[in-house]
Write a new protein. Structure first.
Length: 308
């Protein structure tokens, strides 16, 4: 028997768990974002510079876990990223995944659904883009749009062509249940779901929008529709309160990540993902006697082929 692969020390795992504990939405709890989560929280990390080392360590650790996840090829991970506009989803993905092998990651973004997508049930397009076993999947926006933007703008629901009886006042409660069931199904089949809400303050959104207007290289990121959407800020906060309360489950918890400081949000997202992978604890497959004999045979053959 060979040694097991180097494991994250329990100390380190514990520190990560402690670090993200205040961000976790306890299943069954009732969330009020405005009171419960501060977008400017930074867990005592002084500044960006102090945070850099933390992020570097987190990214390196993720890379190692991803290699094991891929080698093991039993489990998959799905990270759902939700945020309001300018919340920092793109930058978070870029930084957190900067150290991992692109072959092991599958990123999927979701926009206004196409005609084809609308002709299916509402979870269909998300199911189509799930990670394989061994992969980390990231949803840049996710099936949660179906209870967020679709709720804030009910005309999206009208376009979904639902039968009578599938709409009405109870539709959101029903969707929470369906989403929880779907995530449970995925988890029970080896796909671990973890959900991050990048919690931005309204003021910081204003500042980021202004930057998108003022810095030419960022103009492409700005859309007038984003400012219109900002007008629905309170409706979105209410919708998030409900979603976070109803869909943080033991099998697929929500983490509310403070997003007013981009550098801190990235550390948190990396920590949440690492914590999930530590929980899975993927291993390089053990080589049994038969395979070891085959390896030895192949080695002999290759040695015989060495040039004289
Ligand atoms: P962005 O991510 O900024 O490129 O914008 C994508 C847009 O698509 C956002 O305004 C989302 O609210 C919108 N969107 C995403 N999913 C849905 C959905 N299921 N129904 C309607 N709009 C959606
Ligand atoms: Mg946008």
């Amino acid at each position: 028997m060979r040694d097991r692969p180097a494991r994250t020390t329990d100390k380190r795992a514990e520190r990560i768990a402690e670090f993200i504990a205040p961000l976790r939405v306890e299943p069954g709890s009732r969330v009020r974002l405005a009171e419960d989560f501060d977008p400017a929280y930074r867990a005592g990390v002084k500044n960006k510079k102090a945070g850099e080392e933390l992020l570097r360590a987190g990214v390196a650790q993720l890379a190692e876990y991803q290699r094991r996840l891929a080698a093991d090829a039993t489990s998959g991970v799905l990270l759902c990223l939700q945020a309001l506009d300018a919340g920092g989803k793109d930058g978070t993905i870029r930084h957190v995944m900067s150290g991992v092998n692109p072959q092991g990651v599958r990123v999927a973004g979701f926009k206004v659904p196409s005609t084809e997508e609308l002709s299916h049930d509402y979870l269909w397009r998300y199911a189509c883009r799930l990670p394989r076993r061994g992969e980390i999947g990231i949803f840049n926006r996710s099936h949660y749009e179906e209870v967020l933007v679709v709720r804030v703008h009910p005309e999206h629901l009208t376009r979904q062509g639902l039968p009578d009886g599938a709409t009405g006042k109870k539709v959101w409660q029903r969707r929470y249940r369906q989403i929880n069931d779907w995530e449970r199904y995925l988890t029970e089949n080896g796909f671990h779901v973890v959900k991050v809400f990048l919690n931005l303050s309204k003021e910081e959104q204003r500042v980021r929008f202004l930057k998108r207007i003022d810095v030419p290289e960022r103009n492409w990121k700005f859309s007038a529709a984003d400012v219109r959407e900002r007008g629905f800020w309170d409706s979105y906060q209410d919708a998030f309160d409900e979603v976070l309360s109803a869909t943080s489950t033991p099998w697929a918890p929500w983490y509310v990540v403070p997003a007013d400081r981009k550098w801190f949000a990235r550390i948190c997202a990396a920590a949440v993902l690492t914590h999930t992978l530590i929980g899975i604890d993927p291993r390089y497959p053990e080589v049994d006697d038969k395979s070891r004999a085959a390896l030895a045979g192949a080695r002999k053959r290759l040695e015989r082929e060495a040039p004289r």
